[in-house]
Design a binder for this molecule. Structure first.
Ligand SMILES: Cc1cc2nc3c(=O)[nH]c(=O)nc-3n(C[C@H](O)[C@H](O)[C@H](O)COP(=O)(O)OP(=O)(O)OC[C@H]3O[C@@H](n4cnc5c(N)ncnc54)[C@H](O)[C@@H]3O)c2cc1C
Ligand code: FES
Length: 281
């Protein structure tokens, strides 16, 4: 039987510095073993445990699309004093990184088919939503989903992730993008304002629609009532929880909320499911 704690060996193929503060980098990883690469099939919303050998491992959402089979990408924020995230940020192209996964559940793609999708993201929690948008926009998949609306915000223009992709999406007719920053600078020509206010202004219809909502707690706190006012029920709002984790496979008990293990039963939950859990997070 395969040892679930043994990571796959990957090589860093590309590193993209995403933000002005330079504390967010996207790591493109390529499997060292071709057979392992073929066997690693994931779905949008899943995560991996990234290992820096001799340092430790930590859970990170998969930021690339399942349609990209030659590599996987992770966008990682360097935590002040964070052991693994600092070690990762010190890595260079060609260095080896371990990956365990794919882990956890995923966004409910089958349920999302045929629906109008409203994707609301803030800060660096946008990573698995980026994976989802790339997947939906792929020519093989776009026809399966109805309208796609994106509201994505960051503190400042320099903190927006995936800037080239955002520009491309803005030129497409099959995704309505609303990119906002809390405060612009002299070059910013786009929208200013907090994500909840922009969602209220865009006012997506709840008819035949689902919302994917990921962001910092403060954004979620103020966006939820807006979505409720617009008519979205808690079963139609889907999010991803970020608990502290260790094993990532439902064995150590580090991430439980009541009877649920976030690593195994999540990290993706509807607000209806979250409301039924004890308030332990
Ligand atoms: C399912 C899931 C997906 C994630 N996806 C991403 C992602 O895409 N990109 C990304 O940058 N991060 C993501 N995270 C968060 C990431 O796992 C943590 O930032 C990481 O574990 C920090 O590891 P470290 O060794 O650098 O920090 P540590 O050395 O473990 O801790 C450093 C400091 O940060 C605090 N800290 C660390 N992790 C957390 C946490 N989760 N919540 C609160 N405080 C914490 C510690 O208390 C300590 O003070 C995800 C977490 C989960 C559970
Ligand atoms: S992290 Fe070990 S049970 Fe979830």
């Amino acid at each position: 039987m395969k040892n679930p704690y043994r990571p796959f060996l990957t090589r860093i193929d590309k590193i993209t510095i995403e933000n002005e503060a330079k504390d967010l980098k996207t790591f493109r990883l390529v499997f060292c073993d071709e057979e392992e690469a073929k066997g690693f099939r994931f779905q949008c919303g899943q995560f991996g445990e990234l290992t820096i050998f001799g340092v430790g491992e930590c859970p990170i959402g998969i930021a690339s699309s399942p349609m990209d089979e030659d590599f996987i990408e992770f966008t990682v924020k360097r935590y002040p004093n964070g052991l693994v995230t600092n070690a990762l940020h010190n890595c260079r192209v060609g260095d080896r990184v371990g990956v365990r996964g794919p882990l956890g559940n995923c966004f409910p793609m089958e349920r999302m088919e045929g629906k109008n999708l409203v994707i609301v993201g803030g800060g660096f929690a946008f990573t698995t939503l980026r994976s989802t948008i790339q997947f939906i926009l792929h020519v093989a998949n776009r026809g399966k989903f109805a309208d796609l609306t994106l509201v994505y915000g960051a503190r400042s223009p320099g903190e927006l992730l995936y800037k080239d992709e955002l520009k491309q999406w803005e030129t497409r007719k099959d995704i309505q993008t609303h990119i906002t920053v809390d405060k612009g600078d002299q070059d910013w020509k786009g929208q200013e304002g907090f994500v909840p206010a922009v969602v209220e202004q865009v006012a997506p219809s709840p008819e035949n629609a689902l919302v994917l909502l990921c962001g910092p707690p403060i954004m979620l706190k103020y966006t939820l009532p807006v979505l409720t006012r617009l008519g979205f029920g808690p079963g139609e709002i889907i999010t991803s929880l970020e608990m502290r984790m260790k094993c990532g496979i439902g064995l150590c008990g580090r991430c439980n909320i009541g009877p649920m293990y976030v690593c195994r039963d999540g990290p993706v939950f509807t607000y209806e499911q979250i409301q039924a859990l004890p308030a332990e997070f």
